[in-house]
Ligand binder design. Structure first.
Ligand code: AMP
Ligand code: MN
Ligand code: MN
Ligand code: MN
Length: 277
């Protein structure tokens, strides 16, 4: 299902495949009128896309997808419509970048030992911009050197939740990330709740902590989400009086086989978070 609003996607500033400029061109082709770029832990892609977006007549909303850890699980909190120059968010970006750089060395060491391969960090850094190294860049490297057979295998065997390369040390907790977003004037969105491998009870406690911290929205329409997953997210939205957000989580051509702007239909009875943007 196609929508004209997409509030979750990535560029080369994090682990996306399209440059900010190319993403705006893609958004134009896809008739997207309101777009939020939500790169992992950086607003660099958003900043670069501002001029091309205004030229293309696209309402570009500032966004960031912050990495956090909750009960040993990597949880993503999206910040939307925040001041990209607020000192708190500038500091948050610097903090997250430092965590990413230090974490990458730990991942490299662990993978290197396991695979008996001396991982060339300079090469992995060359896949990234400004130190924004993520696990997908390791997957790209493992694939190139045929240490694994596919991108999915890299996550299933080495990089996914609970595997050797799933290093979470350093990430902030949920209240810290929510506080950064609120102080920068934005709204905090609980990202892709259906994708965490949590029981319903655990996910509810996690959302509850997010709400206590000041979180006000949850993704209720997402790129890959079936109707029972959507019903679950809608139930959480209703229980905690959260607004709904929608996004494809587009990372570029062929990634998960979906397009920019492609997502489940926005559910009835939920207030859209973008109403006030
Ligand atoms: P990081 O930012 O380093 O924690 O890496 C997380 C990113 O890896 C996510 O944003 C996804 O883009 C990607 N990812 C996570 N799990 C998978 C998976 N099972 N298959 C492919 N990509 C994944
Ligand atoms: Mn990603
Ligand atoms: Mn995410
Ligand atoms: Mn994302």
């Amino acid at each position: 299902m196609s929508s004209t609003i997409d509030l979750h996607c990535h560029t080369t500033a994090s682990d996306g495949k399209l440059s900010p400029q190319a993403l705006i061109t893609k958004a134009q082709e896809r008739n997207i009128t309101t777009l939020a770029i939500t790169d992992h832990d950086t607003l660099a892609g958003f900043r670069e896309a501002q001029a091309p977006a205004s030229e293309a007549g696209i309402n570009l909303i500032s966004g960031i997808e912050l990495s956090t850890v909750w009960a040993g699980i990597n949880v993503h909190i999206v910040g939307l419509n925040l001041d990209p120059n607020h000192p708190v968010i500038l500091e948050a970006e610097a903090y997250q970048k430092k965590v990413r750089i230090e974490r990458a060395d730990i991942i490299a060491e662990r993978l290197g030992k396991r695979l008996k391969h001396d991982i060339d960090m300079d090469e992995i850094r060359s896949y990234t911009q400004d130190g924004q190294i993520g696990r997908p860049h390791f997957a790209q490297y493992l694939l190139k050197y045929e240490l694994i057979g596919s991108f999915a295998e890299a996550f299933n065997k080495y990089l996914g939740a609970g595997k050797i390369g799933d290093v979470k040390s350093g990430w902030p907790d949920i209240p810290t990330a929510v506080k950064w977003i609120i102080e920068a004037g934005g709204v905090a969105v609980f990202a892709h709740g259906h994708r965490y491998k949590m029981t319903r009870t655990k996910l509810r406690s996690c959302v509850q902590e997010f709400v206590y911290a000041g979180g006000r929205a949850i993704e209720v329409a997402y790129g890959t989400m079936d109707s029972s997953q959507q019903q679950h997210m809608v139930a959480l939205a209703k229980e905690f009086n959260l607004k709904g957000s929608c996004g494809s989580d587009y990372h570029g051509p062929n990634r998960f086989g979906l397009e920019l702007g492609t997502m489940a239909k926005f559910p009835e009875g939920i207030t859209p978070v973008w109403e006030t943007f």
